[in-house]
Design a protein around this ligand. Sequence first.
Ligand code: BG6
Length: 491
Amino acid sequence: DRQNPFVMVLFGGAGDLARRKLFPALYSLHRNGWIHPRFAVVGLGRSARERQEYQSIVRESVQKYSRLDTDTEQDWAAFLNRFHYVSLDVTEETGYQQLKQEVERLEQEWEIPQNRLFYLAISPRLFGDVVSRLKKVKLTETNGWRRLVIEKPFGHDYPSAKALNDQISQSFLEEEIYRIDHYLGKEMVQNIEVIRFANNLFEAMWNNRYISNVQITASETVGVGERAAYYDQAGALRDMVQNHILQIVTMVAMEPPSRLKPEAIHDEKVKVLRSLRGWTEADVAKRMVRGQYTAGLLNGSTVPAYREEEDVPPNSANETFVAGKWYIDNFRWSGVPFYFRTGKRLGQKATEVVIQFRGVPQNLYFNKNNDLAPNLLVIKINPDEGLSFQMNAKKPGGEMEVVPIAMEFCNNYEEGSPEAYESLLHDALEGDRTFFTHWDEVSLAWQFIDPIRNIWDQNDDSLCFYEAGKSGPQEADDLLFKDGFSWNTPQ
Ligand code: BG6
């Protein structure tokens, strides 16, 4: 099944995701020979476009966003020659007939054995409709493979996610559905498993006897941008926590899979999700924090408050920041808090996972604060990709002074690491679902998140405020202080 020829049917074919991520990803995969040389792409969009115009869009996007240097004219021609365009109103059947003819024509022209990748880079409210119509015109009846790649958000709560899943399940089997969580495509997120399962040093200590707490930070400097219509309804809880943060938690906490196979890994992740401690109203107040940014100074310029942003209602009670303390009630993690925080308009773009180890049983050395710094393993996901391990060592000199030192490793590939989308698109084309979210993960994630959402929605007082450009609300720091910890400051 490896590296077989295919046709990619791209809904949202001239949209933002296609331009910024998907064309550059296809370009890298093609240039590096990581996909079959016989492939074609049919981009779909509402506007009428000549093929040449579409090819120019592809070329400009690659030139602007690709991590690779661009090619000679001859190579360009060979790459762009694969791109075709069909204009279609996704809610009307006529366009689908035309699409079908185009796909069949390309399969003949390129001798492609009906391997079809349907990629939905469009508004989620259209997902169900598009999938049913693909089935109706029999585009989903193939002699080769068919796969559906579907962007987030997958529903906005458990009932809506279930309804969507029921609908797409009428046309695609679960193993044909590739739900994107782009965090799973990030190099250092994929590396969490390797660091754990390929190093006895860490694996032996990866439990409540040696780990005192886990901290996950995903902070952003950007504000709501032009996405208020979506974001003001979703909030940071649905936008970042239900998917990305929970997926990172499962990667950190899962048991070693028996084999490196998607199903084995998936089963272990599901067990973690089932072991998360649930919620009462009092728990939510105690263990969860939600905040919204007010105006502030960020990188030298003043930025407006969330409520003053374009298309945001002036009294919006939506959160742009969430922090929390979760417990995984199983043998390995009993009593270990998993703290996380994520928000917009914070002082720094930084995504990292910090494993804080417990102290030694008895401290023989005392530094100036009469205390030893903890061992910390910092997994840096973004913008730096690397690892840092903090340990204690003697400071050179006559006095026996113990100081923290750090061993650093940084991913430093000449061409830059592959982007998340490059890796995910590659896996979808190869039929590897390891780094995609399966239905039970999505379903359990919503069932864990929904009670928090419901409690918050009934109580606007749960919202606190933080100044843009800082590190988030005091309440998020207090979550840790109360337990005698503090957030690691990303370097
Ligand atoms: C997306 C969210 O899933 O992730 C955005 O919808 C957020 O709101 C983005 O900005 C963050 O991704 P990254 O890769 O920049 O950390």
